[in-house]
Design a protein around this ligand. Sequence first.
Ligand code: FAD
Length: 420
Amino acid sequence: MRVIVIGGGTGGMCLAHGLRRAGIDVRVFERHRTRTDGLHGYRVGIDPDGSRALKACLPPEVYDLFVRTCARPPETFAFLDERLRRTLTVPLRPPADDVNDEKSVSRMTLRQVLYTGMADAVRFGSDFTHYERHPGGTVTGHFADGTSATGDLLVGADGTGSRVRAQLLPHARVEDAGIVAIGGKVPLTDETRALLPEDVFPGIGLVLAPHGMACILHVMEFPWGPDGSSPLPGDPTADHVNWGISAHRDRFPAGVTGFDGPRLVAQTLAMTPRWSPALRRLFTLTDPTSCFPITIRTSVPVPPWPTGNVTLLGDAIHTMTPGQGVGANTALRDAHQLVRTLTAGGSLEAYERRMRDYGFAAVAASKARTGGDQLVHRPVVGRLALAGQRAFLRTVDRVPALKRRFEASLYTSRGGDREP
Ligand SMILES: Cc1cc2nc3c(=O)[nH]c(=O)nc-3n(C[C@H](O)[C@H](O)[C@H](O)COP(=O)(O)OP(=O)(O)OC[C@H]3O[C@@H](n4cnc5c(N)ncnc54)[C@H](O)[C@@H]3O)c2cc1C
């Protein structure tokens, strides 16, 4: 069997590793010209679903490189108000084993790790345009530079704007979820360290602010420390704080998604005048080249389609909002499932059925947590919703039994107890 993978992202590269290890002929076609093109370096949380998939698909030395290039795992999850006053802090579970723990990785680094040892399998600068099916059961992928590639199965792993999906399922829709986010990175220095509350520093901070605004804070400290260097050759990743503000799209000026780094920092400051001076100072110290805007999108569930020699995985079929932090993990889970299907003689139809079930369940759960139609975004009701949310979090903070239950809820849908 010859497999053509369109898109060398998280899911596509995990799939390619898994197939290659099983001796299946696989080629990946990636539109970016180099290994590091066009990528935002935000933090991705890898859960047990994601780690299980990576461990099963990657050669052991590449999985080991992935583990060694993760930041230290978060120890706490702190909820705060916009003045950085704590409403709830939940201690996170200590690392279990190298699959069943939560990992923090820089997206850029993960991408580099996934390209390791795959130079001959990936063709960069290949912008997929369309596919063509042949009567004998083969399929050809065509690229903007006039080249093409033929195989027995074509997998669309080409992300939210998937052209493979557009041709295979022209009725499938991806919608604006009504939320815009701005993200950035601040180098970790003595000054920036001192700006973060002590509850946030060991882990993850989530600021819930008026007008439906939120800000996520991740402290990313790497095992090689401030003076060392990443075990990944050429990886410039160093200790930093990753922040991301989000709000209903109506709170942003038109054209914000076209703003450059300095304007995005200025926009963030303009939207947070009454926030804690420490947090605003952190925004000011952001490396503007690391700043990026995102329109959050979500997919609409697609009814089953006739299985053929073209299939999909990851964001290409079930783009979701970052509400649960499982978009990449679900793409990895798909890749793992597809490898198992193709190597164990399973049915592609069963892969697609299962993937649609858990994929669109994650889409719905993610949208319920992060979506423009939540109460907090409404003018008057929003204030009451925020007050209710804060009262709930403070109560949970004070009652140990509630806190334990809340802690457990953070781990549902992370795949800890799941069979592959
Ligand atoms: C700010 C932010 C934070 C996030 N945090 C998390 C998190 O903590 N945990 C989590 O699980 N998920 C997270 N996600 C989601 C996660 O990043 C995505 O769900 C995941 O990357 C999807 O993987 P994928 O392989 O499907 O697509 P991608 O990784 O997007 O890969 C698609 C690839 O296809 C290529 N491509 C596109 N079009 C073509 C074409 N025409 N021809 C050839 N190649 C093409 C692209 O260049 C890209 O390399 C986050 C997302 C954002 C925006």
